[in-house]
Design a binder for this molecule. Sequence first.
Ligand code: CA
Length: 424
Amino acid sequence: MPGKIEPFLKSWIEVENDSDFPIQNIPFGIFRRLNGHARAATRIGETVVDLYALAMHGFLDGLGLDHSLFNVDSLNALIALGKPACRALRLRIAEIFEQSSASLRDDPGKRQEILIPVEQVQMMMPVFVGDYTDFYSSIEHATNVGIMFRDPANALLPNWRHLPVGYHGRSSSIVVSGTNIHRPKGQTKEDTAEFPEFGPSRQVDFELEMAFITGAKTDLGQSISTADAEDHIFGMVLFNDLSARDIQKWEYVPLGPFLAKNFGSVVSPWIVTLDALEPFRIAGPDQRPEVQPYLQFEGDHNFDIHLEVIIQPENQPEHLVCHSNYKYMYWNMAQQLAHQTVNGCNINVGDMYGSGTISGPGPGTFGSMLEIAWKGTRPVKMPDGTERKFINDNDAVIMRGHGIKGDLRIGFGEVVTKILPAFP
Ligand code: CA
C-alpha cells in the first residue's frame, strides 16, 4: 500500500501507548506559538513538529516542496499538490523521526527550533473551508429522527435508501476545537402556541459527526466516480455540528436547516490522512435495495473508528453520554462525493463534508442529545445529580475518536467546545 508507515516503527519522540499520535499517524494541522505566526505542523505524541522550521533546516529537501508552503495559515496550498506529494512528505517525516534516525535526534539546537510541546501552541483551523456539505448518512440516526418526528412505521423517507441525503451548509461558522459558542437566539414555536416567540434556544444539541476534506478540485460539469472518489479526499476530522432543535423545528419547512445549524460547527485541529486510516478500513452495511449504478462501488469504504461524546459541566468531572463508531455509516465517503458531483457540481480543495450524526444500533450509541434523551423523555442523569435533555450553559462538549488494530492506535485527539450563555 503506498503511503504505509510500518506498524512496528517507533519514534525517538516519546509516545504513550494510548496516544492517538504515533509515528504511523503523521496528521497535518496549523498552529501558532504564543504571539507567533501561523505555520503548518504535524504531531507525534505530545510534541508538535513545526514543518516550516523542519524545511528551513533542510530536512525536507528533495521533495520539491517550496518552504513557503509551510509558512501559512491554512493547508490548502499544500494539500492541493496532491496525494503523491503529501504521501512523500508523510514518509519523509516518518524517516526523520524513526528511532534510529540520528540527524535531528542528536542535534539539540535544531530540536529546540523544530519541536514544541503541544501545550505551548494554539491550534488553528487547518484549512480554509470554501464550501461545506452536511450529509445525513447514518441509517440509525435517520430512523430515530423519523420515529420521533414523523411516523414509526415509515421512519425513513422514500428517498433515503436511494441517495445520500444532504444539504449545503455555511462554512463561515466552522471553527476549530477550543472555540466556545454562545447559545443562539432565534424564533421558536410551541405546538400549542398561536405565534412564535423570540429568545435564546432552549434545545442546544451536539451532533457527533466526522468530516472529510477534499484535496483536489474539479471543474464545473465534471463528476467523480466512486472508484476515483478517495483520490480526491485528503483526510478526516472530528466534527461537532451544533444544532438548536427548537429553532430547527420551526424554521426547516420547506427548505431545510438554516439558522438552527449555522451558529457554530467545531472541528478537531489535526487532519488525519486516509493513508493513516487504511488499517481500519472495513465493509459497510448491506445496501438494500440496490443503489443506482453511479453509487455502486468496489471494495471496502467504511472505517472502524471508535467515537465518544462527553459532557463536562463547569468544574465537574467528564461524563460519557455516547460511544458510537464511524463504521455504522450506511452511505460511505466515496458514494457521498460521487453523489455530490453527479450533476456536475464542482468541488474545491479544502471543502468539508460532514457525515451527518453518527448513531449506532442501540441506546448508548446515539450521536445527539435529541436521541439520547429521546426528545426529552429520557433525561441523562449527571454525576452531580442534575439532568440533561440538551446542553446547558457552561457545559463543555468533548468528542474523541480513534481506530485500534492490534497494537496500532491512530486517532484524532479531540474536539472541545463550551456552550456559553446567549448574548444579552
Ligand atoms: Ca449535521
